[in-house]
Design a protein around this ligand. Structure first.
Ligand SMILES: *Cc1c(COP(=O)(O)O)cnc(C)c1O
Length: 438
């Protein structure tokens, strides 16, 4: 039997370097800056980030070796991950396009975020830290860091936006299963949290508040360090493992992508699949179209390209990025991981130079979830609500190919699975129990 569905790499084929696009960008990347007033956030960075991550954040090296210890952890997490040809879906859509998708849904905790969580936990352990702190919104990042901490033998404290904490009890237990301490934020663990908690013990919280709590907690404990799961250069660097594996796999398939698609919140999974290919497009004059799929609830790539804070509480340096404003309010969506006000500085630069297209789908999520139901019925894998945007966008492009009779090769990333998000799909798609017979 010929296998034209799954392209699977051997353990030995796991890449041994991450790709850093910074030296290949069409323009120099604007550095982080201090706001006109207040203390120096840039000067504060060495107290905020893991030393090795800060070094990578600023690095101009094109290739950065992945330490053996991290490659071991990647193998333990099930890397390399398969690349699939969506043959059933192609047939169902009647498209002449070829569709390939990368399977980050095989992640142990359910998302691509383990790729950077493992690297950050490894470096933190090496640097002698005993505990990691972080914030989480949708829960995927907190869960990934809880898992990574557990594997390398560190404690982990997660501040989780209260509104989502209450709505996802299963994901909470999953984090606790790894031994993490998880607090609904605002919590009574920090001074900042206590002040808000005193005003309203049921405060819904926000990502900005949770970030501030995580930072405060780490600052007050010399054995603890704070970790971030998206946006920053070193996070996109770690995620390049996705695209580097995919390059080997497309070569095995004998295909080259015309179009590369993924969902984009802060930019880590999009950067992960796209940047190694983008580097090739920039340095070898290849024609590839890159499309970021977003929600109209947070279409940050349609915002303004300017310096803005990465967090609500203004504790981070200012980054040059496409932003909706760091204190903007956004309507809730089930694809909560896409609800972030800004887009990573690297991807923002590429957007500004015209190398990156973006679409935004309606915030009621009916369209993207209906498309994803078609995908599930054809291919069998359940994407995370965020990944549903990537799936819908790839299907839209495949249908355009049908209308124009174009034989494009479309590559898209499925950033996670939706096993703990069925309530979202159920609500939007109206999945209800059958009436019982008496
Ligand atoms: C966090 C998350 C996203 C959005 O974050 P990016 O940094 O833009 O990738 C997308 N998909 C899943 C499954 C996530 O957990």
């Amino acid at each position: 039997m010929t296998n034209d569905r799954a392209i699977i790499l051997k353990a030995e084929e796991l890449p041994d370097k991450w790709y850093n696009i910074i030296p290949d960008l069409p323009e120099p990347l604007p550095p982080p800056m201090d706001p006109p007033e207040g203390y120096s956030r840039v000067g504060d960075l060495p107290n905020l980030l893991i030393g090795e991550c800060l070094k990578q954040e600023m690095s101009g090296e094109r290739w950065i070796p992945i330490p053996e210890g991290i490659r071991e952890l990647y193998l333990a997490a099930g890397r390399p991950r398969p690349l699939y040809r969506a043959k059933n879906l192609e047939e169902k859509l009647g498209t002449p396009a070829k569709l390939f998708y990368k399977s980050e849904f095989y992640s142990p905790t359910g998302s691509h975020k383990v790729n950077t969580a493992l690297a950050q936990a490894y470096y933190a352990k090496e640097q002698g830290f005993e505990r990691l702190t972080t914030e989480t919104g949708a829960g995927q990042w907190g869960n990934a860091l809880a898992y990574a901490s557990s594997l390398v033998g560190l404690d982990c404290t997660v501040f989780w936006v209260r509104a989502v904490y209450r709505w996802k009890p299963q994901r909470l237990k999953f984090m606790q299963m790894f031994g993490a301490d998880v607090f609904a934020s605002p919590s009574t663990q920090t001074e900042f949290g206590k002040s808000l908690h005193a005003e309203d013990p049921n405060h819904n919280g926000s990502l900005g508040i949770a970030i501030s709590e995580g930072l405060e907690d780490a600052k007050n404990d010399p054995k603890a360090v704070y970790c971030l799961g998206s946006v920053l250069n070193h996070v996109l660097l770690h995620q390049s493992i996705i695209g580097l594996e995919t390059m080997k796999q497309m070569e095995i398939a004998g295909e080259y992508p015309d179009t590369i698609i993924s969902c984009l919140g802060g930019g880590s999974n999009f950067g992960g699949i796209a940047l190694p290919w983008m580097g090739e497009a920039l340095t070898k004059n290849k024609e590839i179209q890159f499309i970021a799929a977003q929600s109209e609830a947070a279409p940050n790539l349609q915002g303004e390209y300017k310096y803005d804070f990465a967090d609500h509480a203004e504790m981070t340096p200012m980054l040059k990025m496409y932003t909706l404003g760091h204190q903007v309010t956004m309507v809730p969506i089930y694809g909560d991981g896409l609800r972030y006000h800004g887009s990573s500085p690297i991807l923002s630069l590429l957007r500004n130079t015209g190398h990156l297209d973006a679409v935004a789908y309606p915030a009621d999520e009916k369209y993207v979830f209906e498309k994803t139901r078609e995908f599930v019925q054809a291919e069998g894998f359940l994407p995370a609500p965020e990944s549903a945007y990537s799936v819908a966008c790839a299907m839209d492009e495949a249908i355009k190919c049908k209308e124009n009779n174009e034989k494009k090769t479309i590559l898209f990333n499925i950033s996670g699975h939706g096993f703990l998000d069925m309530d979202g799909y159920g609500d939007v798609l109206g999945l209800k129990p059958q009436p019982e017979r008496s």
